[in-house]
Write a protein that binds this ligand. Structure first.
Ligand SMILES: [Zn+2]
Length: 338
């Protein structure tokens, strides 16, 4: 079975146009009502998605919100909450319409400069009422501003506590990028790398040994920079011998395979270990473009993994299915197909 752990649903575009009308407004106009949509509208928005994903042999996708779905840089918490709830409701309806193809993770109503506690109630609703099995975490809700500390900070502890209590993992994934000097391509990987390095040098996994975090897009630049990271850690260990090695720290995180390049995947598997990597394709998205060299879409990742000669059958099972089942422990409770 192939479980794709990195995917986003769009839903009917009208919902985003509706919300867009409220960003930049103030006063009474900043309180949108509920956006009504029919099952037929949702189904129509899923046709191409389901065809593309089915076409590469994926059995089940763990779907979350589009990265830009929630305007986390907005300080109006009530507006952010309202949009987040409606996005989560829409994702839940997609999963309900196709329980054999989709299982959902939720958006968090994060807002720049606001304590993370604002997310907790919505997390309960998503897991207990909507059957979600995890969350997408935006590591930089301030969109380049400094209001939100890095993910190694105690600012995030109420979120981690709730994730452990609900037994749900979090996928670190970049969000909207209004203030970034680099748009989506570099911004997502950069913020995911900043989040991962911050977690790796923090006490977070000592304080929350059961916390499960997946770093999106193959861990950003972390695998490529592992040599320098080892050097920094070894120097720190000379001052404080109680510290663990960087490689030990690295094995506390999980990573997905959204890399679109066999050599990059090999490096990830070698550095992090196949037992820490979850199959993910980000399908459909910009990687759906056809690679002229192969005639396949760049986010058709299974053939790249199949071509790595040193992976064992057990490694491949872990990457395609086993690790997802372990990390998303609520999967077996919720998904119809597993
Ligand atoms: Zn993504």
């Amino acid at each position: 079975m192939i479980i794709d752990t990195h995917a986003h649903v769009t839903g009917p575009m009208e919902i985003y146009e509706y919300f867009r009308g409220f960003s930049g407004t103030s006063g009474g106009g900043s309180r949108p009502g509920k956006f009504e949509m029919t099952d037929e509208q949702i189904e129509a928005s899923l046709v191409e998605h389901l065809e593309e994903v089915g076409g590469v042999g994926t059995d089940l996708q763990i779907i979350g919100p589009r990265p830009w779905a929630v305007p986390t840089g907005d300080r109006r918490q009530a507006l952010v909450m309202h949009i987040t709830q409606q996005i989560n409701d829409m994702i839940a309806r997609c999963a309900k319409l196709h329980p054999d193809r989709f299982v959902a993770i939720g958006a968090l109503p994060q807002a720049a400069g606001v304590p993370i506690d604002v997310c907790l109630e919505e997390m309960d609703r998503c897991v207990n009422d909507l059957g979600f099995i995890g969350f997408k975490i935006n590591p930089d809700p301030g969109e380049g501003a400094l209001e939100t500390p890095d993910m190694g900070s105690e600012y995030w502890y109420p979120l981690y506590e709730k994730m452990v209590a609900l037994d749900v993992p979090g996928l670190i994934h970049g969000g909207p990028f209004r203030f970034s000097r680099e748009p989506e391509l570099g911004y997502f990987c950069t913020e995911q790398t900043i989040a991962a390095f911050a977690l790796l040098r923090s006490r977070v996994f000592k304080d929350f040994p059961d916390l499960k975090i997946i770093v999106g897009h193959g861990g950003g630049y972390v695998p490529y920079q592992v040599g320098r990271a080892r050097a920094f850690r070894l120097n720190e260990m000379r001052r404080d011998p109680s510290l663990e090695s960087f490689d030990e720290s690295l094995r506390r995180l999980y990573f997905d395979t959204v890399l679109y390049n066999q050599e990059s995947l090999e490096l990830l598997f070698k550095v992090a270990g196949p037992d820490r990597c979850l199959f993910g394709s980000d399908k459909p998205a910009n990687g759906s473009v056809i690679d002229p060299a192969t005639g396949r879409s760049l986010n058709d990742i299974k053939p790249m993994i199949e071509a790595i000669p040193w992976l064992t059958d057990a490694d491949r099972y872990a990457i395609y299915e086993g690790n997802a089942r372990k990390v998303y422990s609520r999967l077996s409770v919720t998904a119809k197909a597993v």
